[in-house]
Structure formats: structure tokens, C-alpha cells
Design a protein around this ligand. Structure first.
Ligand code: URA
Length: 433
């Protein structure tokens, strides 16, 4: 087999066989196929696309390029969840304890913040003592005893994706549905759970800016799940405004606690109930409607919050900051951001809000940058709210006035106040099964 022929076949719109895909992945990961041939193939896929069968074969070849986590020694149905990333997205830390408190097992590997989006691992590390790098046996033991553990990606998981993602990033081939779908699903499949819930974000703060593109990506990923025997459901959820009120690591942990105590922002609570209900549905706990009731019940009876406390304690974290959020290290500088005119908060460019929070210190500009866990933004007004001139739109938390000045400029360009209220946008745009 020759790589030249594989590139040429795809360039002409042909369907690659499983053997051809395997030859490419083996050769690329092994170093026999050079970057220039791999990038030519990525560009051919970008223009010609892939059939569902090809995409599933690519996904499995990628998943098998490294360690495949075997969760079979853990009893019960294991359900994983993936979000395509957003601003203020702390849902994992709410829904994983919610479903684990009902017996679903969650052995989840999460990521760090990337660009304007936050990452679950960074949020967890804002809890003093919390370990997010655990060896496999400790990780499995916590899932067996507590029902849930969330750690950073570890081990040699999907080396093919690490190499291909870095290549796509510099060859303008990221935005291809089969390549994104196989990249995400290969990591979820290698992580070993029986079922997968996908939260595909859509809007100004998301990777996919339109509902149509988000649905196409969701359909491609659900089809991969079907082809490889993992039950998969996708929800297309709104990221045209930040999720909840808090953006920034320890600020978001406080909001997680408030939500699990039944006092969370309405949008965040509603999305978490929907996501948790779909995880419970995948695990066989009844219809989605019945599962919604179960999920809400675990907030009302305190079971979900208690499960979060147990997970944090098992991973070495200081549970007292969950019980009393004022124990988190507080930011040195706080600034209120008043509205300059009356009207309705019409729109909020979510990517720009995310960049403003990075400017305050809540995220990284470069991979090796440190994070200020206490930095970020708490919104007091959300899209659709009426505002009066002088009223605070948000509070900024950071370490210096200079950072505040830069972030305020960004935030003010992100926020649009108009005389008319905006049209209502649904929180969940679609469900793909
Ligand atoms: N996220 C991923 O993990 N992979 C992609 O290709 C795009 C987004």
C-alpha cells in the first residue's frame, strides 16, 4: 500500500477502506508517514468529506492507537459526557454527582481551558488539595466506592489525535465535521464508558457558531457511537451567552455549590437537569421525562451535593470550601462594571466575555501560563434583562487595576444594550439520537 495512492483516492472523492485508514494511522503514529503527506490527506478529507463508515473506521483506528481504558472491573453502567467547550460551562461538576448519586458510574477524564473557554480540570484545581492526576487504580477505586471521579487526561490515550490535532491546527483543517467528530469520539471511546452524552455547544462562544453546523457535528458523532456499539445521545445547547453567572475557576465552583443546593441560576440549573436526565436515560433509568424528575430530586434532597463532597474528599480536596465558599482565596481587586445607558441587555458576545476573563487571569494565553484561580467575572445581568444606567452589569475579580482596565474594554465591546428586548433563544436547540 502507498500513502500517495490513499491521498489521491480521497482527493478524487473515493471511500477509503478500513485497511487504508489503518495503514495511514499506523504509519503516521509510527513516524513512517511524514507530516506533508498526512496534511495532504487532511486537506483532501476537508474538501471531500467522509462517509459514515469511513468516519467510524477512522475513529476506531485512532482510538486503538494508544491505551484503551477497560472499565469492566467497575460494576454498573458507566456513562461519560463531553462538552465541545464554552464560557462558564461548569456542568460536569454538577451533573456527574447528580447522576452518580442515583447509581450511574462516572469515570471521567476532562480537559484544561483552551483559548477563551474554561476547563473542568482547572476549575477543580481551584479547590485546595484537589488532585486531578491519579493513577488508574486509585481512579477506578474512587469510582467503585464513591460512584464518580473526574481527573485530567492521563496515560497514552489516542496518540493519533494528539499528532493529527496539532497538524490540523497549523494546516487550516480543523473545521471538518468528520475530522472533529472522529477526534472527539476516539477520545471518548478510548476512555471506556458504555454510553456517551454529548453537549454540543452552539453560538458566539462555541466552536460551532450555527445550530445547523452543530446538528451536523452531533449527527456525525452519534452515528460513530452507533457504528461502534456505544449508546450516544447529543444535545445542542446554547452558548450565545455565558452559562450561569460565574466565569472563572473558584467563582464557578461557588456557583456549582449554589446550584447543587437548589439556589443556582435558572439557565444553568435547567441545562444541568436536561443533561443529567439524558445521562440517566442512557443508563436505563426510564424515559427522559422520568429522568428529569429524578435529576431534580437529587438537587432537592441534597444527594447530589453530598456526592460532590464525597468525590472532592476522595481526591484529596478541602471539603470545607464547598460548605463555606468564603474560605476560597479572595481576589485582591474587585470592580463593578456599571451600565452606561438604560435599556435591555440585547446580546453578549460570549467569546469576547471569555477573553475578558482570561485577561483578568482566569485562563491561559499560552499552555504554560499560570492561572489565577480567584480571577474572573460574575454577571449580574443576563441577555434579556432590563438595565438602568449606573446599575452594575458585572463584578470583575483580579489581581491588578491594569488587568481590570483591559478586561473592561473587552467586556464593554461584548455587551450590547438596546431599547428593545431581544428575541428569546432556547437553552436546548435540539436533541440528536
Ligand atoms: N475538539 C477536539 O477534541 N477535536 C477537534 O477536532 C475539535 C475540537
Amino acid at each position: 500500500m502507498r500513502m500517495y495512492d490513499i491521498i489521491s483516492k480521497k482527493r478524487g472523492g473515493g471511500e477509503l477502506s478500513q485497511e487504508e485508514i489503518q495503514f495511514f494511522i499506523d504509519g503516521y503514529v509510527g513516524g513512517d508517514i511524514p507530516d506533508y503527506q498526512a496534511s495532504a490527506l487532511m486537506m483532501a478529507i476537508y474538501f471531500q468529506g467522509m462517509t459514515e463508515r469511513e468516519t467510524a473506521n477512522l475513529t476506531m483506528s485512532m482510538a486503538r492507537s494508544g491505551e484503551m481504558v477497560d472499565l469492566s472491573s467497575i460494576d454498573g453502567v458507566k456513562v461519560d459526557k463531553h462538552s465541545t467547550g464554552g464560557v462558564g460551562d461548569k456542568t460536569t461538576l454538577i451533573i456527574a454527582p447528580m447522576v452518580a448519586s442515583l447509581g450511574v458510574r462516572v469515570a471521567k477524564m476532562s480537559g484544561r481551558g483552551l483559548g477563551h473557554t474554561g476547563g473542568t480540570v482547572d476549575k477543580m484545581e481551584s479547590i485546595p488539595g484537589m488532585k486531578t492526576a491519579l493513577d488508574r487504580e486509585t481512579f477506578f477505586d474512587i469510582v467503585r466506592k464513591v460512584g464518580v471521579s473526574v481527573i485530567g487526561q492521563s496515560g497514552n490515550l489516542v496518540p493519533a489525535d494528539k499528532k493529527l490535532y496539532a497538524l490540523r491546527d497549523v494546516t487550516a483543517t480543523i473545521e471538518s465535521i468528520p475530522l472533529i467528530a472522529s477526534s472527539i469520539m476516539s477520545k471518548k471511546i478510548a476512555a471506556g464508558s458504555d454510553c456517551i452524552l454529548l453537549d454540543v455547544k452552539t453560538g458566539s462562544g462555541a466552536f460551532m457558531k450555527t445550530v445547523d453546523d452543530s446538528v451536523r457535528l452531533a449527527e456525525a458523532m452519534v452515528s460513530i457511537g452507533e457504528h461502534v456499539g456505544r449508546r450516544t445521545v447529543a444535545l445542542i445547547t446554547d452558548m450565545d451567552r455565558p452559562l450561569g453567572n460565574a466565569i472563572g475557576n473558584s467563582l464557578e465552583i461557588c456557583e456549582v455549590c449554589e446550584t447543587l443546593r437548589g439556589r443556582g441560576p435558572k439557565d444553568l440549573t435547567a441545562i444541568c437537569v436536561e443533561l443529567a436526565a439524558n445521562m440517566l436515560y442512557l443508563a436505563g433509568h426510564g424515559s427522559v421525562e422520568e429522568c428529569r424528575g429524578l435529576a431534580k430530586g437529587q438537587i432537592e434532597n441534597g444527594g447530589a451535593f453530598q456526592k460532590l463532597r464525597e468525590m472532592v474528599a476522595a481526591q484529596g480536596g478541602d471539603v470545607s470550601v464547598l460548605d463555606d465558599n468564603s474560605k476560597f482565596t479572595q481576589a485582591a481587586v474587585r470592580r463593578e462594571i456599571p451600565a452606561r445607558k438604560d435599556g435591555f441587555l440585547h446580546a453578549m458576545n460570549t467569546e469576547e466575555c471569555g477573553i475578558a476573563s482570561v485577561e483578568l487571569g482566569a485562563g491561559r494565553e499560552k499552555k504554560e501560563d499560570p492561572i489565577d484561580f480567584s480571577a474572573g467575572i460574575v454577571l449580574h445581568k443576563k441577555v434579556g434583562d432590563r438595565v438602568a444606567a449606573g446599575e452594575s452589569l458585572a463584578t470583575f475579580f483580579t489581581s491588578s487595576q491594569e488587568k481590570c482596565n483591559e478586561a473592561e474594554k473587552l467586556f464593554r465591546t461584548a455587551v450590547q444594550i438596546s431599547a428593545e428586548p431581544p428575541a428569546e433563544i432556547p437553552l436546548v436547540h435540539a436533541r440528536v439520537t
